[in-house]
Design a protein. Structure first.
Length: 168
């Protein structure tokens, strides 16, 4: 059974599909296709069925990533099939942990930037949120991509450790 990771932001049209696309590429580069499944969702259902924001698609394509996506809302019953739920900011983290049916499910929720060694090792008061670029310009989407890319190697290492642990 594959190890399943789901990225979650607010509407599932900006940050979480970007993280999904970048991490899926890292999983493929690492030769973990078939062993790790990657998807995304939103805490709300406002954009269900919509594609990713055109600025997200533009930034992803410029970075060499695929941008195909359809937004959906995260549901509590998904925790049973997921191994790791990655929140893009502290608000999502709190909402997901409240939604979790059990303490074990709540422990599956982590902040994406906690996997960025430069951020995680910084002394107290460091903001682990990936800012919402929706109401700004293209530069906010580019900054979002930089943050996602910076956290992806650490997340991949953590997931690889879990996958190899499951295979043992």
């Amino acid at each position: 059974m594959p190890y399943r990771v789901c990225f979650v932001c607010t509407g599932n049209i900006c940050r979480s599909p970007m993280a999904e696309s970048v991490f899926r590429a890292r999983v493929a580069e690492a030769g973990l296709d078939g062993l790790v499944e990657v998807d995304s969702a939103g805490t709300g259902g406002w954009h269900e069925g919509d594609g990713a924001d055109p600025r997200t698609v533009s930034v992803l394509e410029a970075g060499g990533y695929e941008g195909g996506h359809a937004a959906r809302q995260f549901h509590a019953d998904w925790f049973a099939r997921l191994d790791l739920v990655i929140a893009l900011d502290a608000g999502h983290l709190r909402a997901l942990r409240r939604l979790a049916p059990t303490e074990t499910d709540a422990e599956k929720v982590r902040l994406l930037r906690s996997y960025d060694p430069a951020v995680a090792s910084a002394s107290g008061g460091v903001d682990l949120d990936v800012p919402d670029p929706y109401y700004g310009g293209l530069d906010g989407f580019e900054e979002c991509l930089e943050m996602v890319e910076a956290a992806s190697p650490g997340l991949l290492a953590a997931v690889r450790e879990q996958v190899e642990g499951h295979a043992a």
